[in-house]
Design a protein around this ligand. Structure first.
Ligand code: NAI
Ligand code: MG
Length: 359
């Protein structure tokens, strides 16, 4: 029987994206070879800040059209000190997330075996939850303006945009996920004390939706208290749902309590599968360590495991994650961000070799 072929658009982007993306491709090829029922066709797109410096654009004008037909997109990171961050973000990452209606940003927060949490006394059983971040609207709106720039009368306005359709669909996704999660608990991140229109609306939709999911336990915390609770009670959480900004902030914190920002993966999902979904680590391009060969490839490889699940190969995805844990716990191979001395290459090789030793 001939293997199923998955066509993947690969965008390494900038900085350590060029180091961790090749690591993920190697690991994905290895899993596919072991599985035998599918293989990958990877097409590379050299878009990002270098492309911007050459052409004035982060991607070509028809870039989104070029991506549209792929089964999935694997992205490294974008951003370089030579280009303002809002230019690089709005020129590549955000257009992909929005045009392809990747309105769910799924971010597991899981302490892997072999990794030490900075939270004293916490082990893998204590830190294992998922954050569902709204990914298409909210505080990242690009609606606003700036008047009287540079004068004492300067006025700067940025609007948050919350639509009923947008809030309902992210809540529905989060409740469905919570229903299948062992804890059957959904926690909502809010700030309806200080933010007086959008956040009370967010809470209202949360309550409406909760009534339809009586089998899911719910609670909500203001974002400041919730941040503290991530540190003091990480074992409390099953699924957490938050707006674009709150989810963004919470997941860097989540990555930190799970050991390192270099580990944390994410999936930008278009659940209806009308468009390709995109898989990327939550970290950025890390200019401070780029080019040194010491970036942790785990976040990128784990994102690849999430892509496997999305493409219909959950067993292969679990196997890849098990190999990551095996490399960290049984082989003790770790990059410097985890207190080890392994290079990106050595970490990747340890994971690929571990694939043979896990179910
Ligand atoms: P960052 O995530 O790039 O780096 C924060 C810190 O974590 C740095 O000390 C870095 O060395 C470390 N780190 C990150 N990933 C690591 C890895 N895989 N292994 C070991 N250490 C790692 O965030 P920062 O510094 O705020 O942003 C740098 C650039 O990346 C900016 O241009 C920013 O706009 C961009 N960025 C892009 C994102 C994306 O493409 N999705 C997300 C976040 C930032
Ligand atoms: Mg972030």
């Amino acid at each position: 029987a001939s293997a199923q072929v998955h066509r993947i658009a690969v965008i390494p982007g900038d900085g350590i994206g060029h180091e961790v993306v090749p690591a993920a491709l190697e690991a994905l090829e290895a899993v596919a070879a072991l599985d035998g029922s599918f293989r990958f066709a990877f097409d590379r797109f050299p878009w990002g800040c270098d492309h911007y410096l050459e052409t004035g654009r982060m991607m070509p004008p028809d870039g989104l059209e070029q991506l549209r037909g792929y089964d999935a997109i694997l992205l490294g990171a974008v951003g370089h000190p030579s280009v303002p961050d809002h230019v690089s973000l709005w020129g590549l990452l955000l257009p992909i997330r929005r045009t392809f209606e990747q309105y769910v940003n799924l971010r597991p927060v899981k302490l892997l075996r072999g990794v030490t949490s900075p939270l004293r006394g916490r082990g893998p059983d204590d830190i294992d939850f998922v954050v569902v971040r709204e990914n298409n609207e909210g505080e990242y709106s690009n609606a606003g303006g700036r008047l009287f720039a540079g004068t004492p009368h300067e006025i700067v306005v940025q609007e948050s945009i919350f639509t009923r359709r947008g809030v309902e669909r992210i809540m529905r996704f989060a409740f469905e996920l919570a229903r299948r999660h062992p804890k059957r608990r959904l926690t909502s991140a809010t700030k309806s004390n200080g933010i007086s229109y959008t956040m009370p609306f967010w809470d209202e939709v949360f309550r409406e939706m909760a009534a339809r999911y009586p089998d899911v336990a719910t609670d909500q915390f203001h974002i400041d208290a919730l941040a503290a609770r991530f540190v003091t009670h990480p074992h409390h959480f099953g699924v957490v749902v938050g707006s674009n900004l709150f989810g963004d902030i919470l997941t860097d914190l989540g990555a930190a309590i799970a050991g390192s920002i270099g580990i944390a993966p994410s999936a930008n999902l278009n659940p209806e599968r009308q468009y390709p979904s995109m898989f990327e680590p939550i970290h950025g391009s890390a200019p401070d360590i780029a080019g040194k060969g010491i970036a942790n490839p785990v976040g990128q490889i784990w994102s690849g495991a999430m892509m496997l699940e999305h493409l219909g190969h959950p067993r292969a995805g679990r196997r890849l994650l098990a190999a990551i844990e095996h490399a960290l716990a049984e082989r003790g191979v770790k990059t410097p961000d985890l207190g080890g001395s392994a290079t990106t290459r050595e970490m990747t090789q340890a994971i690929v070799r571990s694939l043979d030793e896990v179910p």
